[in-house]
Design a binder for this molecule. Sequence first.
Ligand SMILES: Nc1ncnc2c1ncn2[C@@H]1O[C@H](COP(=O)(O)OP(=O)(O)OP(=O)(O)O)[C@@H](O)[C@H]1O
Length: 245
Amino acid sequence: MSAPVPPVVVDGVTHRYGSKLALHEMTWHAPEGAITCVLGPNGAGKTSIMEMAEGLRRPDSGTIRVLGTDPWGADAAHRRRVGVMLQDGGLPGSVKPLRLLEHVARLYDSIDEIPSLVGELGIDEFRHTSIRRLSGGQRQRVALAAALVGRPDVVFLDEPSAGLDPHARLDVWDLVRSTRDRGCCVVVTTHSFEEADRLADRVIIVAAGSVAKEGTVAEVGGTGGLEDTYFSLTRAAKTTKKTKQ
Ligand SMILES: Nc1ncnc2c1ncn2[C@@H]1O[C@H](COP(=O)(O)OP(=O)(O)OP(=O)(O)O)[C@@H](O)[C@H]1O
């Protein structure tokens, strides 16, 4: 029997912004029921590839398949199966968190999920404060809840715990794990080794628009650990890039 096709497959993706080569034949995949953490320095291409997998941007060449579909121009039925948490949240400032989440939940016919999401992420205490008056970390939690409404099959989370206090980070990690445990394919970008270490079933280190190394935390970290591997791979990529320029 052949292995199942992973829900997210990125194959040979190249992309330029003008003369800037942002992604160079990037290839990776993210399996079902697993957390895949994408690590890489600023400008490595993480947001670009996530936006392409979310259908917000089209690669110059190469293919991306999410749940077997090209996300660019995918229909509403596909989009309902994919949850997205953007880096800046993209939330409407004048709306109150509970109102927003109930609105999103009605689109998915899943209003029953809201009490547990609100409880697990500690949104209860600020549910009636307008989003523009929330702290960055509180907004982050609302954005995560919005991404998880509707129990998507795939979720893309861009730095989900950045700026959160230690308690909130644990809550977010618990929720991300329970999302994985119900079979969801979770893709997380992060700059935190601790986050990757604690969450990841698979790690992908990207550097200068390509995959430098991928595998389990143990495979990628080897004997020196994740942090050492990251620094040696990303330093090497920076040196190569400087030499090319
Ligand atoms: N809209 C754009 N126009 C021009 N260049 C862009 C654009 N978006 C990204 N880039 C460039 O493409 C490269 C990859 O950027 P990208 O945002 O994907 O990196 P990243 O790994 O997400 O970085 P960060 O960790 O800072 O979020 C960078 O050199 C960036 O300057």
